[in-house]
Design a protein around this ligand. Structure first.
Ligand SMILES: Cc1cc2nc3c(=O)[nH]c(=O)nc-3n(C[C@H](O)[C@H](O)[C@H](O)COP(=O)(O)OP(=O)(O)OC[C@H]3O[C@@H](n4cnc5c(N)ncnc54)[C@H](O)[C@@H]3O)c2cc1C
Length: 463
């Protein structure tokens, strides 16, 4: 309530009419009917009251909004897809530069390049690239923003073959915290470019440019659902498989509660289970043979094997993570996926306070590990696997126990063989700072921030 009152006071004190006049887009203020909807993000746990939201429609709009924030000393956050799990794209008393209306994608099929507006989601980029039989590694949920996902590294089904999303970034256009427009790539503003490949940016990105790769066939996908009683053995088999897994293969086991849907036997509904799932990003026939090893397990109570269009694969989880639910996610890269880690995984999954929560084991082999470490601030490339602990719950009174479950679980993994730092897109809430996420690379990122945002306009960011 106080934050709401403060936001209204700020509205009265600020000349928001001036901002409206400078903007081709729209300004939403606390007294507007649209405000309550506008200040919300995907994660229902986030409840911030910004002084204003500037809906930008162009790079000029972004520059005007950043200029206004500088004139009035407003803490500034950037929102694009609005799916940031930590909720850092909105802050009470600050200005939200909202890029969601800058949703455009231009594909050059000859050069295999996509230029992408910051408001684009993976749904828009994937379908534009796929119309030319091309793709770049993205996240696994079509509604997430290309912007936030790329600036936080980005892992997806194509990562073993083509690296993190940020590894495929060629260039950005940005309005820096100084209010200046800049283009950054490997040659120009190389410090800014390197930071943007997973370490965020001290400003607002107004365009991204990505490398695209051929993907002009259906993609095999399988799921094999196993009772939790056989999970340890299945995860040990997975570990063996991963030792020689080809780059095309992305197999990711996860613990989840069996949904009450007809694909599953009714006596399993509501049970905790291990689902071993996988995608093959190469020749579909080779993929079918590759995944034979996971097929027809006598202990599986549900299985599916099919080849589908990449855009269908990318939309497969639509609806699984509804907006407005409460979420808290954190991850730990493990340097050794040993038997202790396997036991800890099963015990943590069994202790989850909410049956909407999952724990996912994400593979880290292939191109991710081959990338030159100095070209991005991301850590964990040498990890065996990354464990993502993903709490989801509806009851607002259950927040503490769910957040604590994630933190305790990650602490336990940290006590075992783990790599310092973590995947920025799964780094928990505002309590984890740059050192927790980027480890030895945090200092380098701070220097970039000081250079391009000396007044700390974007100080709410983790770095
Ligand atoms: C259902 C779901 C599934 C997910 N799956 C994956 C996955 O498979 N792989 C993966 O890597 N991540 C995944 N994520 C995490 C996701 O990548 C991050 O939450 C990401 O921040 C979302 O980006 P956004 O643009 O939607 O978010 P926003 O909330 O709009 O932005 C998040 C942050 O990104 C920065 N940012 C956004 N836009 C700009 C811009 N134009 N300029 C400068 N900074 C900007 C800001 O720091 C902002 O706080 C998933 C998230 C969800 C909710």
């Amino acid at each position: 309530m106080d934050a709401n009152r403060d936001a209204r006071r700020l509205e009265e004190a600020l000349p928001l009419g001036v901002l409206s006049e400078r903007l081709g887009g729209e300004v939403v203020a606390p007294s507007d009917d649209a405000y309550d909807e506008a200040r919300r993000v995907w994660n229902g746990m986030i409840n911030e009251y910004p002084a204003a939201l500037a809906y930008c429609e162009s790079a000029d709009d972004v520059r005007a909004a950043v200029g206004f924030a500088r004139e009035h000393g407003l803490e500034t956050t950037v929102r694009s897809g609005g799916h940031g799990v930590s909720g850092a794209s909105v802050v009470s008393g600050g200005l939200v530069v909202d890029c969601s209306r800058m949703e455009w994608v231009r594909v050059d099929p000859e050069e295999r390049i996509a230029r992408v507006g910051p408001g684009a989601t993976w749904r828009t980029l994937d379908s534009a690239a796929q119309s030319f039989g091309l793709a770049t590694p993205g996240g696994v949920y079509a509604d997430t923003g290309v912007a936030g996902l790329t600036l936080g590294g980005g892992t997806g089904y194509l990562s073993p073959k083509h690296g993190f999303t940020a590894d495929n970034l060629r260039e950005i256009d940005v309005v820096t915290g100084r209010g200046e427009r800049a283009t950054a790539n490997a040659e120009r503003n190389a410090d800014l470019f390197c930071a943007a490949r997973g370490g965020g940016t001290p400003g607002v990105v107004t365009a991204f440019e990505f490398d695209l790769h051929p993907l002009d066939h259906d993609v095999p996908y399988f799921e094999s659902w196993l009772p939790v009683t056989v999970a340890d053995g299945a995860l040990r088999e997975y570990r063996r498989y991963q030792r020689d897994a080809p780059d095309e293969s992305c197999v990711f086991p996860y613990f989840a509660t069996v949904p009450a849907s007809p694909e599953f036997p009714s006596d399993r509904h509501g049970d905790l289970a291990l689902c071993v799932a996988g995608v093959y990003a190469g020749d579909p026939d080779v993929g079918r043979r590759e995944f034979e090893t996971f097929r027809d397990r006598p202990d599986a109570f549900a299985e599916s094997f099919e080849a589908m269009a990449y855009t269908d694969l990318q939309s497969m989880m639509d609806g699984d993570f509804p907006a407005g639910r409460r979420y808290y996610w954190k991850s730990v890269p493990l340097s050794r996926f040993d038997d202790d880690a396997i036991g800890d995984l099963r015990r943590a999954a069994s202790a989850a306070p909410s049956d909407l929560s999952t724990i996912v084991v994400w593979p880290m082999h292939g191109a991710v590990g081959r990338m030159d470490e100095s070209t991005t601030p991301l850590v964990g490339r040498d990890a065996d696997v990354v464990v993502n602990v993903e709490a989801a719950w509806d009851d607002p009174t259950a927040t503490t126990e769910n957040v604590e479950w994630v933190r305790d679980t990650c602490r336990r993994f940290r006590d075992g063989p783990s790599v310092p730092g973590t995947l920025p897109n799964f780094a928990g809430g505002s309590e984890s700072d740059a050192d927790d996420v980027y480890a030895a690379n945090a200092e380098r990122l701070r220097a970039v921030r000081e250079e391009h945002d000396p007044d700390g306009l974007f100080a709410y960011e983790r770095v």
